[in-house]
Write a new protein. Structure first.
Length: 298
């Protein structure tokens, strides 16, 4: 069976250096269509990678394909298929919500009436209909971010880059935005979002890749990543909560019964609980080592 559609993203040996400071250092990453999170702390190179993928920044070495196209040499074609929103907003604060969307629609070649109707539909969809005549500069942070994402959808892109879409938002606005991003995915638009929040990657993405030291050091579903640090363990603890013993378990009832029988014979007064690795455990595990081995399954 052959699959004629190219991967969403295909990167081999990507390098990017600012001055003498290598930011991306032989990065490999292949992603199928879908919703993906690129996870990394501040300064990891997330924005640099997104800029390269979205044609805004030339890379130094290696090969890069986005939707089968080379961002350096097929720039215009690729720009027609993608959108980028996030840290550097395209929204003009002096214009109203609707004017912003209409203007972008016109930029993408829509006739005035279509730009307006598409703008109105997007405002409706993002719960911004009541602020259609509000200047963008006076919108709340969360609403402005939604308008920014709506603006990116005017051109009906196949792939949307969201660079830290919820950074700086309060918890409630973050959750509202998560819902919008989830809807986007359900409509079949591919998404590559960057985030520093494990919880966000877990909530939104089918596949999570971890960027560290200029490379992708791990990738998979949240569950697969958790398996990297080992499976569940039974913690046997005393009344103060001090862990007396840690017993690996497959988590089946039979295995748990056997572990608990063992623990009960030794510590009849102790309490027991099952601890499953969290994404925080994974992140620490991967980034504490100077350069963790590549465990990516792209
Ligand atoms: N234009 C630039 N010139 C020099 N250094 C830069 C430039 N942009 C980013 N950097 C540096 O590259 C590293 C990665 O930055 P960035 O891609 O913005 O990371 P992230 O988005 O993950 O926070 C950081 O150390 C940053 O200081
Ligand atoms: Mg960034």
């Amino acid at each position: 069976m052959t699959d004629p559609s190219p991967p969403l993203i295909e990167i081999h040996g990507l390098t990017k250096t600012y001055g003498s400071h290598p930011v991306l250092d032989g990065l490999d990453l292949t992603l199928p269509p879908g919703v993906h999170a690129l996870l990394g702390p501040n300064g990891a190179g997330k924005t640099t990678l997104i800029k390269i993928l979205s044609t805004l920044l030339p890379h130094d070495g290696g090969s890069v394909r986005v939707l089968g196209l080379d961002p350096r040499h097929e720039r215009r074609r690729l720009q027609g298929m993608i959108s980028l929103t996030g840290q550097f907003a395209a929204v003009d604060g002096a214009l109203t919500s609707l004017e912003n969307l209409e203007m972008l629609g016109r930029l993408f070649g829509l006739p005035a009436a279509s730009a307006r109707s598409r703008g109105l539909a997007l405002l409706e969809r993002f719960g911004l209909a009541d602020s259609r005549d509000t200047r963008a500069s006076t919108l709340s942070g969360g609403m402005r971010r939604k308008l920014d994402i709506a603006a990116g959808l005017i051109s009906r892109p196949r792939l949307v880059f969201l660079d830290e879409p919820t950074t700086g938002l309060d918890t409630r606005s973050r959750r509202v935005l998560w819902e919008e991003i989830g809807t986007l995915a359900a409509e079949g638009t591919s998404v590559l979002l960057t985030t520093q929040y494990l919880e966000e990657a877990d909530a939104l993405a089918e596949q999570i890749h971890v960027l560290h030291d200029g490379r992708i050091v791990a990738g998979g579903t949240a569950e697969e990543l958790k398996e990297l640090v080992g499976g569940a363990v039974v913690h046997v603890h005393d009344a103060d909560g001090t862990v007396l013993e840690e017993l690996p378990t497959t988590g089946t009832t039979a295995d748990l019964a056997a572990r608990l029988a063992h623990a009960a014979a030794r510590w009849p007064e102790a309490t027991a609980s099952v601890h499953r690795p969290t994404l925080d455990d994974v992140f620490l595990h991967l980034t504490e080592a100077p350069r963790a081995p590549v465990a990516a399954r792209a």
